[in-house]
Design a protein around this ligand. Sequence first.
Ligand SMILES: *[C@@H]1O[C@H](CO)[C@@H](O)[C@H](O)[C@H]1NC(C)=O
Ligand SMILES: *[C@@H]1O[C@H](CO)[C@@H](O)[C@H](O)[C@H]1NC(C)=O
Ligand SMILES: *[C@@H]1O[C@H](CO)[C@@H](O)[C@H](O)[C@H]1NC(C)=O
Length: 514
Amino acid sequence: MSYTEESVWDTVLLNTFVVCKKKCKVYFHHGTLIWETEAPPHSRATLPVEDIITVDYVHTNDLSCCSDTGRYIPDLAGSSQDLDYVDNSVQHLAFKIHYVNHEKQNKWRYRVVTLKSSDPRQVSTWVKTFRTLLKGFTHRPKRLLVFVNPFGGKKRGLKIYEKAVKPLFDIAGIEVDLTITQRQNHARDTLLSEPLSDFDGVVCVGGDGTFSEIMNGLITRTARDQGVDFNNPNNELPRPALRVGVIPGGSTDTVAYCIHGTTDIETAVIHIIIGESSGLDVSSVHNQSRLLCYYASVISYGYLGDIIRDSDKFRWMGPKRYDFSGFKKFLANQGYEGEITLAVNSSNAHEDSKCFKDCRRCLSQKDVRFDDSSQEWKLIRGKFLMVNGANLSCACPRSPNGISPHCHMGDGCLDLVLVKHTSLINNLRLLLTLSNRMKSIYDLPFVEVHRTTQFTFQALPSPARTSSDVSVWNCDGEILVETTLHIRAHCQLLQVFFRGVEACLEDDQHCKCF
Ligand SMILES: *[C@@H]1O[C@H](CO)[C@@H](O)[C@H](O)[C@H]1NC(C)=O
Ligand SMILES: *[C@@H]1O[C@H](CO)[C@@H](O)[C@H](O)[C@H]1NC(C)=O
Ligand SMILES: *[C@@H]1O[C@H](CO)[C@@H](O)[C@H](O)[C@H]1NC(C)=O
């Protein structure tokens, strides 16, 4: 629980209200709102104050029943300043609680419930009490810088923002500075040049590419402002002060999926509004002289690099080109010689364990410093179908439901996944395993996984150096033609808006309010 002030814990309210046409005893104590029907059939619902977005007075002409369906009900009362003014002149016989509810499959939903009374003083006491308590939630963002990519993912970005994001931000009273991106790197360049101190966070509505721009812009800006040379891979990078919200709206939404465990848009918006955050590991990619990029999900050499490179040749085929190119590459079963040097037994590499919100392992890694002086290195040489520096948050090999949003997002490690060059049959096994959520490629005998903090890769082309000897790196969908790279994980470099799931795992009935 993030709210520890005594006032929440000490506040006690008890009254009778009409909720959904039923007379209910409603009480609030120990930070939880509870209501029970007075007459049979008995029912009881609980709502922790952390799940409340806001409370509103309801004007007498809006005494329709409770609107528990949660579809965006316009804020009839206007802004909260107006309400305080209205308070003195008009008496209200009902109020609305806007809250969020945890549903199945990592989804969250916005809901509203109306409580009616015959005594306006009661209504006013409840509303004032909740408003005071909610003011104490200082971790909730009040001003956000929002970037919408109008071109990504079937060009739905703007519509998503207008229909699903803005209405909820309005209810939560969040002020928005909106930029509709007009070109590539627009978001990144804005973050590099504009003043940022007025904001509590940066939000992107787009796919992995848009997120990547935000991430690269924020990290580079922070390093530059603090005079840290980011072109030196041995320098520790300062953590950006602004938190990042990821709202899926692209053609690939891997990052949003990895963080939230779903690509549901409303869920992503709710994580931002509630304002809790977790550290996300980010990896830097350097060539021998400078920084090339940062990535949060996966960098891949070989098979996946080839697909991206060659699909450019088949641009005329549209999105199908990925399938076509992938199929061709699959049949070609091309292997690439390479040499890998990886850090072993580094101070923050651990064996596998599960991770939940505020996980001790992630927390303990928060302040680990780079120390390469006693670093041991391991050399691996071989012919590979694919080399991956993988998916920090998605790389949990065995998660109960096949997805892994709760696997160490911030333990400072990356998984180096080496897929050896073997037979076509094995490649087929690989593809089948990748597409099956219940299976893990980590179990395949020709796949080697090393958990590490950093590694270098060097392609070893044959002396003849034909072009098919070397592949390219695919870094979050971008091609890097340089083959000699140094990749390093930066522990919890970015704070992302994400509400953990621990409350629900420990105490399931809390999630099933109403
Ligand atoms: C590293 O990358 C930069 C930018 O792409 C390039 O200008 C430079 O020549 C590269 N350095 C080496 C040693 O490959
Ligand atoms: C790695 O660390 C463990 C315990 O910290 C130690 O027992 C082991 O010998 C180390 N292995 C190497 C290769 O340094
Ligand atoms: C990385 O994440 C993507 C998307 O969730 C998944 O399809 C892929 O299998 C993951 N790769 C690895 C190596 O875990």
